[in-house]
Design a protein around this ligand. Structure first.
Ligand code: SF4
Length: 352
């Protein structure tokens, strides 16, 4: 059981972050925000995959104004991602953004930051202060270079400034593309602050490399009790970010969504095309809400025993397959009928 550090609770629209709220999953659209139809369609796919908060890039006024028609068609809260132009942050909040993500360092003068904070207060929006190793202040870089200390000091300076304006509905991210640096920065920050943390490894990479990096960085932080909301950052379809996020929370036994598929690594005893069998089971059960575990095993001799902790399972071998429940064989079927029979059984048991 992981003991999570208790942080201050804030809200992003209807979703609570920090305190006793569950670790939430975020993603970011990669459509042109100004294209309301395409962006809405992508957010619907993200919602279906279990995304709980979505962030959109605000590149100009048209993108900021697109928040309103998009918001009317979706269910989850929206965050406006702002770089440089404080007016866009204000316009996005006026158009229904539930929160904004800024790096105060690139917003400019103190007056501009104050204008953004005033709008956040007026529209009841929360704010993520996103510090990034790639855009640290020059004085910090000169003094300490790129390190955990610089990231934390940068965040603290921004927090002090925003707190001095009477605003504290803040969450923090301290991102780097290096996993050890990300890990150290969040650890260091967490020792001296109770603000909720948005965790992730930035520019993590393509599906394979990015999943490994994110699992290492986000996984290590969550296991040490740090992290209130997360984004897995991948180059590709953002729906994959959400799927990986859930898989991570499943694996760490923090939250469950849908079935858990357990499949054997295969060995010299494997008597069936395991890859396609496991993939078929995964795709056919991907829409299930039930949190059952399903084992897919490569041989009927060891399979049921090795997977007796699974709720349901199948094992294949030499033209036939077996279906089992909690390690007990319930049916023997021909190999080509295995998938159909298995999903019929799940249906009869009310699994969906
Ligand atoms: S279930 Fe059978 S095929 Fe799979 S790893 Fe175990 S012994 Fe090998």
């Amino acid at each position: 059981m992981i003991t999570r550090k208790t942080t201050k609770q804030i809200s992003v629209g209807s979703v609570k972050i920090g305190g006793d709220a569950p670790v939430s999953i975020q993603s970011m659209t990669n459509t042109d925000t100004r294209d309301v139809e395409a962006t809405t369609a992508q957010i619907h796919r993200l919602e279906e995959a279990g995304c709980e908060i979505v962030r959109l890039a605000v590149v100009d006024e048209e993108a900021a104004r697109a928040f309103r028609p998009i918001k009317d068609k979706i269910k989850i809260p929206m965050i406006a991602d702002i770089h440089f132009d404080h007016k866009l942050a204000i316009l996005a909040m006026e158009n229904g953004a539930d929160a904004i993500r800024i790096n105060p360092g690139n917003i400019g003068s103190k007056d501009k930051v104050k204008a953004v904070v005033d709008a956040a207060k007026a529209h009841k929006c929360s704010m993520r202060i996103g510090v990034n190793a790639g855009s640290l202040e020059k004085d910090l870089l000169k003094k300490y270079g790129i390190c955990a200390n610089s990231l934390v000091l940068s965040a603290k300076n921004h927090i002090n400034h925003i707190e001095s304006l009477g605003f504290s509905d803040i969450k923090i991210s301290l991102k780097a593309s290096s996993v050890p640096l990300t890990y150290q920065a969040y650890q260091l920050f967490s020792q001296s602050s109770d603000y909720p943390l948005h965790i992730g490894v930035t520019e993590a990479g393509t599906f394979f490399a990015g999943t490994v990096k994110s699992a290492a960085g986000i996984g290590a932080l969550l296991l040490s009790g740090i992290g209130d909301t997360l984004r897995v950052s991948l180059t590709g379809d953002p729906v994959e970010e959400v799927r990986v996020g859930w898989q991570l929370l499943n694996a760490l036994e923090i939250r469950r969504r849908g079935p858990e598929i357990i499949s054997c690594p295969t060995c010299g005893r494997t008597e069936i095309d395991m890859v396609s069998l496991a993939e078929k089971v995964e795709s056919l059960s991907s829409g299930f809400q039930s949190t059952i575990s399903i084992a897919v095993m490569g041989c009927p001799v060891n399979g049921p025993g090795e997977a007796k902790h699974a709720d349901y399972g199948i094992a294949g071998g030499r033209g036939q397959g077996i279906i089992f429940k909690k390690g007990q064989v319930v049916k023997k079927v021909k190999e080509n009928e295995l998938i159909g029979e298995f999903f019929d059984l799940l249906k009869n048991d009310g699994v969906k």
